[in-house]
Write a protein that binds this ligand. Structure first.
Ligand SMILES: Cc1cc2nc3c(=O)[nH]c(=O)nc-3n(C[C@H](O)[C@H](O)[C@H](O)COP(=O)(O)OP(=O)(O)OC[C@H]3O[C@@H](n4cnc5c(N)ncnc54)[C@H](O)[C@@H]3O)c2cc1C
Ligand SMILES: NC(=O)c1ccc[n+]([C@@H]2O[C@H](COP(=O)([O-])OP(=O)(O)OC[C@H]3O[C@@H](n4cnc5c(N)ncnc54)[C@H](O)[C@@H]3O)[C@@H](O)[C@H]2O)c1
Length: 473
């Protein structure tokens, strides 16, 4: 039986980070992936294709608005062309995540489904391999809500949408989280009539309340969004799919050509033989880990979506880097999610960092909230893209507890705040750096000026300066 220092199960965002890190540091490393290619969900059915699809849809949308400048644009978007562009983006990045590249790094790549035989032994096809340390990074998949008639009528998810060869005229999205909304808006921009049925009282339930409200107002210009929608069943008559739902006690039926289900995620743990490994799961069905990302077996780690902490590519990567150290050097370093931001790539983009106002209040903190509309920031005004705002939540001393923004490119220009907080800077420090005029990040300067305005131009300081100025010659 072949023996390895580290065996990684799953060649996606988390697994690839561990495999390359462990091999580069000299550990004998094996990587097991069930698909014939590496890259995982993010590359094949997640982040990359969705962002390529969104960009294609945005280009179509912008072209259609050419009439504002006297240009005539007509015609229907060709889904085959759109998805060909999506494929091109995947193929480009696939080169970086190729099996050959990992083998060149010294990783033994085994293609096949991994199954634990015992806590140290894994079976993959005809191979039985043994690992001193094992890292599970098998990701997640759509948790399709159990809706009567859905299976019979058929539906699409992020796993099948990028293979569509035709553009649906009418599309229902069940679920108003980031997966649903990013793609719902993209379809709308390609020319589809889109309805989003969200079971909860608001879309984007993890966002700050003000952001949720603003996002709903903006997105409603392009999408029909129904909240508190209880989807009872789905039926099909000839080519039309019917979604039967109830809202505020009223029964409604929505006729569509296709249904996209985006009702959350569930971990890929089936068939892994976790019982044989002695690895236990938490009450949500995700693999239970401690702060060092060790499972109930101290030599087995679980990272990425499968541990249910934060389902993002950058988190899987961050966890992977920590596990390389903990696994190889028997360290007990703990993961910190304190500086974990995320973006939602709707138009406009949404940036999320730290506590929401609701979370800060529920923790009983005394907070101050600074908010500036983007229609006070010159660049957004010049570009006619001034929808949105920036909001920073601090404690009484100006320490940043949360930062949120909705606006053009917010996911990029708000990065400044993450660095500032990481360096221990407070809100006041954000106005002490120079923002080359007229960049978008000046929104940060503007909101931090609010802090100084409150501090300097009211209360004791202006009373004092008034007196000093009076006595000056
Ligand atoms: C539509 C969509 C858009 C998204 N957009 C973003 C975004 O913009 N930004 C962001 O940060 N995140 C985004 N995400 C989330 C992101 O894709 C995941 O958080 C990330 O892929 C998780 O990485 P992972 O390593 O845990 O899992 P994955 O990258 O999915 O890798 C898991 C791998 O394990 C393999 N595997 C599973 N079981 C076995 C087994 N038994 N044996 C061997 N191999 C196995 C799988 O085939 C897969 O390759 C998006 C997700 C979706 C669905
Ligand atoms: N830009 C990004 O970083 C990005 C993009 C897409 C996905 N992701 C990741 O993927 C994860 C999963 O995204 P998601 O949108 O599938 O999940 P989610 O859990 O965020 O949202 C699912 C939504 O579906 C609703 N829902 C559930 N059952 C329903 C039903 N029967 N009827 C109507 N509504 C129902 C829920 O109330 C919820 O609002 C996200 O948490 C995110 O971390 C990230």
């Amino acid at each position: 039986m072949e023996k390895y220092g580290v065996i990684v199960i799953g060649g996606g965002s988390g697994g690839l980070t561990v495999a390359s890190g462990a091999a580069s540091l000299g550990a004998k490393t094996a990587l097991i992936e069930k698909e014939p290619h590496l890259g995982g969900d993010c590359l094949h059915v997640g982040c990359v294709p969705s962002k390529a699809f969104i960009e294609a849809a945005n280009e179509v949308h912008t072209s259609r608005q050419g009439d504002r400048f006297g240009l005539e644009v007509s015609g229907k978007a060709d889904m085959k062309q759109v998805n060909r562009r999506v494929r091109k983006s995947i193929d480009h990045i696939q080169e970086h995540d190729s099996i050959e590249r990992f083998e060149d790094l010294g990783v033994r790549v085994l293609i096949g489904k991994a199954q634990f035989e015992n806590p140290h032994t894994i079976v993959v096809g005809n191979h039985r391999i043994r690992g001193d340390k094992i890292v599970i990074s098998t990701g997640s998949r759509s948790n399709v809500a159990p809706i009567s008639g859905l299976e019979e009528a058929g539906y699409i998810t992020n796993e099948t949408v990028f293979d569509l060869e035709w553009l649906p005229s009418r599309l229902a999205f069940i679920g108003g989280g980031p997966i649903g909304l990013e793609l719902a808006q993209a379809f709308s921009r390609l020319g589809t009539q889109v309805t989003v049925l969200e079971g909860g009282p608001a879309i984007l339930s993890k966002e700050d309340g003000d952001i949720q409200q603003a996002a709903a107002e903006i997105l409603k210009q392009e999408l029909n969004i129904v909240t508190n929608a209880k989807v009872d069943r789905v039926s099909k008559s000839s080519e039309t799919k019917k979604v039967h739902y109830e809202v505020n006690g009223l029964k409604e039926t929505l006729d569509v050509d296709e249904i996209f289900v985006a009702t959350g995620r569930k971990p890929n743990t089936e068939g892994l033989g976790l019982d044989s490994a002695g690895v236990i799961m938490n009450n949500r069905g995700f693999i239970q880990v401690d702060g060092t990302l060790r499972t109930s077996q101290s030599h087995i780690f679980a990272i990425g979506d499968v541990n249910g902490a934060f389902p993002f590519t950058h988190v899987a990567g961050q966890e992977g880097k920590l596990v390389v150290q903990n696994a190889l050097f028997n360290l007990k370093r703990k993961i910190s999610y304190d500086y974990t931001p995320w973006n939602t790539y709707t138009t406009p983009e949404i940036f999320h960092f730290g506590l929401t106002q609701e979370e800060a209040v529920s923790q009983g903190r005394e907070i101050k909230v600074y908010k500036t509309s983007l229609d006070e920031v010159d660049r957004f005004i010049a570009e006619h893209k001034s929808e949105g705002f920036i909001k920073i939540i601090t404690d009484n001393k100006g320490k940043i507890l949360g930062a949120h923004a909705i606006g053009k490119g917010a996911g990029d220009w708000m990065q400044v705040v993450i660095l500032a907080v990481k360096q221990g800077a407070k809100i006041g420090d954000l106005s002490q750096i120079i923002y080359p005029y007229p960049n978008h990040a000046a929104a940060i300067e503007r909101v931090s000026n609010e802090y100084w305005r409150a501090k300097l131009f009211s209360g004791f300081i202006p009373r004092l300066t008034k007196k000093v100025i009076k006595w000056l010659p």
